[in-house]
Design a protein around this ligand. Structure first.
Ligand code: RB5
Length: 146
């Protein structure tokens, strides 16, 4: 599976850690930056990753900023994106199973690498269930299309 990843300066270290973790598991990663610890703006990287996912260039995305919040808000402005901030694995799993989430976002100032591993395992190990959830996800898409 192809995954696009991005972070701001606050999320750089955790992004690099997760990138290595996912590569070891066989995922193909496109790193959209940032690549240095210089201060930068999280919306730029939220948008880049979101556009990779929305265009189909990557199947899913991983974002990291200080809280995971700002970068996911930016990503969610791109049509077709359902980005979720997660600090524990249960929400990550259910976000895929019920909400067909396509980007998971972390706060590097909120969680550590060990928790991030459990979250990505839950996120990438889950599959969208469709059926009764389809109508609800479609309602979200309808709002986006208004
Ligand atoms: C950067 O200091 C911080 O504001 C950013 O990483 C993020 O937490 C925003 O939501």
């Amino acid at each position: 599976m192809k995954i696009a990843m991005g972070s701001d300066h606050a999320g750089l270290e955790l992004k690099n850690y997760i990138k290595e973790y996912l590569e070891k598991k066989g995922f193909e990663i496109t790193d959209c930056g940032t690549y240095t610890s210089s201060s930068c703006n999280y919306p730029e990287f939220g948008e880049k990753v979101a556009k990779c996912v929305a265009s189909g260039e990557a199947e899913k995305g991983v974002l990291v900023c200080g809280t995971g919040v700002g970068i996911s808000i930016a990503a969610n402005k791109v049509k077709g994106i359902r980005a979720v901030v997660c600090s524990e694995p249960y929400s990550a799993e259910m976000a895929v199973r019920h909400n067909n989430a396509n980007i998971v976002s972390f706060g590097a100032r909120v969680i550590g690498p060990a928790t991030a591993e459990t979250i990505v395992d839950a996120f990438f190990g889950a599959s969208y269930e469709g059926e009764r959830h389809e109508k609800r996800v479609q309602m979200i898409i309808d709002i986006e299309n208004e």
